[in-house]
Design a protein around this ligand. Sequence first.
Ligand SMILES: C[S@@+](CC[C@H](N)C(=O)[O-])C[C@H]1O[C@@H](n2cnc3c(N)ncnc32)[C@H](O)[C@@H]1O
Ligand SMILES: [Zn+2]
Length: 332
Amino acid sequence: MQRKALEMFVCPKCGGALGVASVASEDPATGEMIEGRLECGACRAAVPVVRNLPRFVPSDSYAASFGFQWNRFDRLQVDSVMNNDLSRDRFYATTGWPAHLEGQRILEAGCGSGRFTQLALETGAEVFSFDLSSAVDAAWRNNANAPKLSIFQASIYEIPLRKDAFDKIFCMGVLQHCPDVRGAFRSLLPFLRPGGEIVIDVYEKPGGFPPLKYIARPFLRPLGTEGIYRLLCWTIPPAFVLKKALHRIPVIGPQIGRLIPIGPISHAPRLNYTDEELKQVKILSALDMLSPVYDQPQTMEEVRRWFEEAGLAEVELKRGYNGINAKGKRPH
Ligand SMILES: C[S@@+](CC[C@H](N)C(=O)[O-])C[C@H]1O[C@@H](n2cnc3c(N)ncnc32)[C@H](O)[C@@H]1O
Ligand SMILES: [Zn+2]
């Protein structure tokens, strides 16, 4: 845990300042705390530091499926590991931010495995990233000891940071997975400094017949996240091989292959996936579709209303990589 981040954290109970109460182990190279305890100077509430990270929540709560998912697939979407630019394209297309943000402070809500964390850090900004689930452990592995990064486990509804302190906030792929979607958006706003900018994306509510995932989910839920994962590991790789074989049969092969609902068997060449990686990508995206407890897409009108009622300026809404992209600035 970055000791210097202590000046940004506040007590989740009373808002008081936190200090180090005890240190059980330290990183010999950096001197930073690996295991220990923080304590509020005012109300004495304790915040454990476990595996390098302060834990402001006692458990993953309803987001445990994401803890499993991002620890299991911790590297599959990280551009620097996969040698592609999938996350980079989405990050810049969604935020519209410049590549250099030295001197700025960014808050990332719901960091998952930390694929966007890495990109935010590359801008030269100071970055604070959190997630409700143990995905923070994966984000830490992917970005360990970055000098300008602080990762912590906390809920978007109770962010234990100083208010009015961030030049930029981004929250991508998260809001639809929260129980109160508008409330989750609103809980980010007090952390923007005047003139600061918030960027979100959120699933868009589909018109017409509901996508297959909403129909399949109630049947699969009794299996639990690990059960769904095992089922996908048994079924997707052979389905992939079969679909690929069908594609070699002229004319009717690809038509029959369409009945196998695992998406395309090829990918953009720049993504550089091997067949084995592509099978893993498919397992990850199916798990991500089938296992979350909450999945609440929104309409453009609803998202526009959030930004308007928050009094944000320079509001922009568009359709993007993950449904609705929206951004706006806190007036000075
Ligand atoms: C689909 S993942 C997206 C992760 C990452 N932003 C990405 O796009 O790779 C959604 C993330 O939101 C997190 N999440 C859900 N509810 C949350 C909450 N109340 N507070 C913080 N994070 C939350 C989940 O744990 C999960 O890691
Ligand atoms: Zn306190």
